[in-house]
Ligand binder design. Structure first.
Ligand code: MN
Length: 492
């Protein structure tokens, strides 16, 4: 892999959006992501991992890198890994950034450094110019970068171009519900006053087992951005949902938000002509008495019956299983044939014993171990869920455990599987395709021999070299794994 796209450590949403946009602009480059991200970015990546499909810094042969695109930063030391490139003069550099220009440590072939709200905006500008239209999920990620770095277009660094690009991304389907979920906000003084008034009127209602913060208030002045207040109060009380009814001058506004994808706010507020998404709703009402609305909404909440989403509703079935003694090569054929991201592995008694993912199979093939068996590369640490596990629970589990697929059991028997794709389908209520970059693009240029030189002592390396030469003479292929190295006692 000689052409890569990198960004800074403490990767924020603008860095992430820039990586994704740069990949669209330079399809022959491979986006690389380190380990250190901000918390919200990490959570976002865990859910969207299959779609993003970044390459880990560990897989890069840093000394053979020939071209590097740096996005959202200019200083080498702000990256986790660029210092691994010894001969920086031999590398072709491209820089896209919105931070003020620094004394550049490297000479860039192409650089676009503009003082603008977000680097995502700069790269998005090139997408427009090159007639490249991102899909809705890519649009969402790039827009998230712009929204986050401009404080939703309120920070002084915001430029008209940021709004222009956000507008274009919205046209391409960027999802405001997701953007709002992943951007945090700060309150102004009039927001705090209104928040305090709402807090003193608030009560927590139990709707089934859902806790809803309910409050109302009437005030003389107009306060912008009520959704900001609902967001903060929801965070503060950590209820499952919030409904605020606020009268300002002749209008009554209802702002409602829910953290649960199955709590249907549109349904609850349907007689007030609700706008928005079923998890975030806004109503603007005139000519009705506020007490009337308070009474009706409250009653509706108390009598609300939950329509929950369960594993059995979103799972894929029937589930394709493979035997643990299948060859990796055959498993790979099946993977390609069915376009899956992995399989559930069973033993001869049809008991679930593991999961093998596309990543595991790629790893095996990369080490020329296609003849070995699925059981040697599968993950045995699996978490199964019951058919009646709730969607929100599955989503939480996926983020917490960083696992991409859960076998679904009914009375102990495998009946389906819930994957990241199923989660995304439910979250966005749309079909999602997983992005796959060609693996040859990622692996072909790694020179392992050079890499091994730096891992082993001279004696160890010579010994390995000797074994490999002897094997060559005999026409054998030789494989090393950590386990075997230990047995031979030639290294850690
Ligand atoms: Mn930035």
């Amino acid at each position: 892999m000689k052409k890569i796209i990198v960004t800074h450590k403490n990767t924020d949403f603008d860095a992430l959006g820039s990586l994704v946009a740069a990949k669209l602009l330079y399809p022959e480059f491979v986006p690389v992501l380190g380990h250190i991200h901000t918390k919200r970015v990490e959570e976002f990546i865990r859910i969207h991992k299959d779609f993003l499909n970044f390459t880990s810094t560990k897989l890069i042969d840093w000394n053979n890198v020939e071209e590097v695109i740096m996005v959202d930063f200019q200083e080498i030391q702000r990256s986790e890994d660029l210092d691994n490139i010894k001969n920086k003069d031999k590398v072709k550099w491209f820089i896209y950034d919105h931070h003020p220009e620094q004394n550049m440590e490297v000479k860039a072939e192409i650089q676009d450094i503009r003082e603008i709200g977000a680097t995502s905006t700069i790269l998005c500008d090139y997408l427009v110019k090159n007639n490249i239209t991102p899909d809705f999920l890519t649009s969402t990620i790039i827009a998230l970068g712009i929204y986050a770095d401009t404080g939703k277009f309120t920070y002084p660094n915001t430029k008209p171009k940021d709004l222009e690009m956000a507008s274009w991304l919205l046209k391409n389907g960027a999802d405001l519900n997701i953007i709002s979920e992943y951007t945090t906000l700060t309150l102004e003084e009039n927001h705090i006053d209104l928040s305090n008034s709402l807090m003193s009127n608030s009560e927590i209602l139990n709707c089934g087992n859902i806790k809803v913060l309910f409050s109302y208030y009437t005030l003389e002045d107009y306060v912008h951005d009520l959704s900001l207040i609902s967001h903060k109060l929801l965070e503060y009380y950590s209820t499952d949902a919030i409904i605020l009814i606020v009268q300002m001058q002749k209008w009554i506004y209802i702002i409602a938000k829910s953290n649960l994808s199955n709590f249907n706010l549109i349904e609850i507020l349907k007689e007030y002509n609700p706008k928005g998404h079923y998890q975030a709703v806004f109503c603007k009402i005139s000519n009705i008495d506020i007490n009337d609305i308070i009474f009706k909404v409250k009653n509706k909440l108390i009598s609300y019956k939950l329509s929950k989403i369960y594993a059995k509703d979103i799972m894929s079935s029937p589930v394709r299983t493979i035997n643990k003694r299948l060859e990796i090569n055959k498993a790979n054929d099946l993977l390609l044939r069915y376009g899956h991201n992995g399989f559930i592995v069973i033993d001869d008694n049809k008991k679930v014993v593991g999961i093998i993912s596309r990543r595991d199979i790629d790893k095996a093939l990369h080490h020329n171990m296609g003849n070995s068996l699925v059981k040697d590369f599968m993950t045995t640490n699996i978490i199964s869920i019951d058919e009646n596990t709730e969607f929100t629970e599955i989503e939480k589990l996926m983020i917490k455990k960083n696992i991409g697929r859960f076998p679904v059991l009914k009375e102990g028997n495998l009946i389906g599987i819930v994957t990241r794709t199923d989660i995304l389908k439910t979250l966005y209520s749309k079909e999602i395709k997983s992005n796959t970059y060609s693996k040859s693009e990622i692996f072909s240029d790694i020179n392992l021999k050079e890499k091994m030189k730096s891992f082993f002592t001279k004696e160890q390396f010579n010994f390995l070299d000797f074994i490999s030469n002897e094997a060559d003479k005999l026409g054998y292929k030789i494989f090393f794994s950590r386990w075997r190295c230990k047995r031979f006692n030639i290294g850690k």
